[in-house]
Design a protein. Structure first.
Length: 74
């Protein structure tokens, strides 16, 4: 599977624990065509670093990228 960023081939399949919970995940961004050949990079983001908001209906949202309401992601 080619995910852009200078032709990275990604084959890792994360596995959860026995209860199906994940302790991490990977987010791959689809870059604009002008940036498709950008050298790949890895950036770790800890849960505590991800801004969280609570919507009017008490839904909790973690903003990883972009914006939600007035909160901007990392």
């Amino acid at each position: 599977m080619d995910d852009g960023g200078e032709g990275i081939i990604h084959q890792e399949m994360p596995k959860g624990d026995v209860e199906g919970r994940m302790h991490g995940f990977q987010l791959w961004a689809n870059l604009p065509s002008a940036l498709k050949m950008t050298p790949p990079r890895y950036q770790e983001v800890k849960a505590a670093e991800i801004p969280q908001i609570t919507d009017d209906d008490a839904t909790h949202v973690r903003v990883i990228c972009g914006t939600s309401g007035e909160r901007e992601g990392r």
